[in-house]
Write a protein that binds this ligand. Sequence first.
Ligand SMILES: O=C(O)CCC(=O)C(=O)O
Ligand SMILES: [Fe+2]
Length: 293
Amino acid sequence: MVLDSTGSRATSQRLLSKEEVSYFHTNGFVIKRGLFSAGELAPLSAALAADPDICGSQSSIPSLDGRMWKVSEWNELSEGYLGKLPRLSRMLRNTEFLCGEESYFWDCKLVRKTRDMEGTVDWHQGYAYWYQMCVFPNTVTCSVAVDANTKDNGCLNVIRGSHLLGRLDMVKTGEKVEMADPVRVGQILQRLELVACELEPGDAVFYHANMLHGSSPNQTNVPRTMLHCTYNAKSNSPIVPEAAPKKVYRRTESLDDDTLIRGDYDFILDGQIFRTPGYYPPLPRIGTPTQSC
Ligand SMILES: O=C(O)CCC(=O)C(=O)O
Ligand SMILES: [Fe+2]
């Protein structure tokens, strides 16, 4: 067995088994414990503690209860930590298993909730935002817990089986808040189970583009940090390439799984090209592919 310097198990155990892939298709999500070791994530945790402002990259997103959340987004695969992590072999292979074909990098987000920024994330589906670009909901997100994610500090919540509901309408509440129609979500929650994804650092949850997900506010004094990496299936490249040039299929070359533990990256936060803060695409209108990223 190959052990990394923190004693984590071999990379083969970081690949989803057939049973886990089947669980994903039935439930819309699957939790993979120990996808990353503490040693691999420690440099990122330290960089975030030293620069909680994340190089000024965070956008503020309003939520229905008024507890804003902040997100940093990037779709540039840099030679830094944040550009290399999504290219690791285990990320590409696992998302290929789940997409059923070659997957390629779509984008990444870092969501960090603190006592000052409690961050309620209202229920939504990823595909609500990608619908205008892609004909199938065949994207998979892998959300990695960078620190302990608990119910108290606002872990990710998913609704088991909601990937089978199809794409739900998003509604605008007030000026800015966009979320899956809350009346419908209420009905769904009477029928399907809410699963709070409590994770240790390094655990990850993979979920389907139509999985309803969101998160509750952080009610503790410890941060809750999640790194969301999304991949699209090769055959599901945007229908109007000019409207989404950065999302068009191009092969994502995989990197060895020991890249981070070897420290083989040029920088962590400073140097990464993030999307301009404040950028948050308006929900596209049905019928016209206008979204550009
Ligand atoms: O980090 C979270 O709690 C969820 C964030 C999320 O779903 C998103 O950014 O699309
Ligand atoms: Fe999301």
